[in-house]
Write a protein that binds this ligand. Structure first.
Ligand SMILES: Nc1ncnc2c1ncn2[C@@H]1O[C@H](COP(=O)(O)OP(=O)(O)OP(=O)(O)O)[C@@H](O)[C@H]1O
Length: 304
């Protein structure tokens, strides 16, 4: 899925019309500038995925506005935002499943994505074991499936029927399926749906451990601010545009975050404080923290 999605032609051919729906009220239009007239940052060639100026308009309504986002190797990036904020739309654009109305997405040539979708509708009337489900159509040997199920702490369900799994077990099996492709980017859209609170914490711990072992980048979409924020390297707060981004502590204290989720959310986050005393460079290597967080992220952010 390597390559670039570009849809700048319309904007370039229509100066003074940025291509956004009128509700957004933009009045300018250069392909390499955002709606505030600021220059769009350059693509990050080392990033697994680098999106610049991504906008999506559907039915006259802006779903995404000028989104810049990089996902680096070994980095856990979490996308949070209220219902309808455009999180799943952004994921689809990043994965190349949907074309942006405007903007570009660069995917690194060696990108291999493992995807755990928001919804998985298994037909419970079709008898199929977990092992069969994982080997289906992939021609993989059983040994690899066994290994993967062990890695996700689900070896005990290998011979169980898919339709009889609990929510937490099913998520682990879907995670194992996503890992079959040996991805360098794992994308999980609300992976904790149908999982109880402690199961959710376990799931995110597992994702963190797998990242540490395999070194892939992770893009998570979640509503759950506390658990996810405590386990993310970087959080991007989306409400059609990027409201704020950075390490979790900084985002929790950002006024835009408080406006979106309420002051309680920021206070509650203190309980789950994640001691992040380093940052990641372009190659994903940790370095001692230098104070703030946003300096190496392209998203910036503005008031919601
Ligand atoms: N295929 C579509 N055609 C038109 N509008 C759509 C389509 N899919 C989603 N939308 C709209 O786009 C907006 C963003 O939807 P999206 O699913 O990306 O938000 P989200 O942040 O993932 O929401 P949620 O947290 O509820 O899953 C919503 O207003 C939704 O109704």
């Amino acid at each position: 899925m390597a390559g670039t999605d570009t849809n700048l032609t319309a904007a370039a051919a229509a100066p003074n019309a940025c291509g956004h729906a009128s509700s957004h009220g933009c009045a300018h239009a250069q392909a390499d500038h955002n709606c505030a007239g600021e220059k769009t940052p350059a693509f990050n060639p080392d990033a697994l995925i680098s999106a610049r100026g991504v906008s999506v308009t559907r039915g006259g309504r802006d779903q995404l506005i000028d989104v810049n986002l990089d996902i680096n190797e070994r980095e856990i990036v979490t996308l949070i935002g209220p219902n309808g904020a455009g999180k799943s739309t952004l994921v689809r654009v990043l994965l190349g499943l949907e074309k942006p109305t405007r903007g570009e997405v660069h995917r690194r040539a060696d990108l291999r994505i493992g995807y755990v979708p928001q919804r998985f509708d298994s037909d419970v009337s079709v008898p199929m074991t977990v092992e069969r489900f994982l080997t289906l159509g992939l021609g993989r040997n059983g040994g690899r499936v066994e290994d993967l199920l062990r890695q996700v702490d689900a070896a005990s369900v290998a011979q169980q029927q898919l339709g009889q799994l609990s929510g937490g077990e099913l998520q682990r099996v879907l995670l194992a399926r996503a890992l079959l492709r040996k991805p360098n980017l794992l994308v999980l859209d609300e992976p904790a749906q149908g999982v109880d609170y402690s199961g959710e914490a376990d799931l995110y711990n597992l994702i963190g451990r797998l990242r540490d072992e395999a070194g892939f980048g992770v893009l998570l979409v979640s509503h759950d601010l506390h658990i996810v924020m405590a386990r993310s390297d970087r959080v991007v707060c989306l409400n059609r545009h990027v409201c704020c981004s950075g390490v979790p502590q900084a985002v929790a204290q950002h006024p835009a975050y408080g406006r979106l989720f309420g002051p309680q959310a920021a206070r509650a986050f203190g309980i789950y404080r994640h001691e992040h005393d380093h940052h990641h460079d372009l190659a994903g290597m940790p370095h001692p923290a230098s104070g703030d967080n946003d300096s190496d992220s392209p998203e910036g952010g503005s008031a919601c």
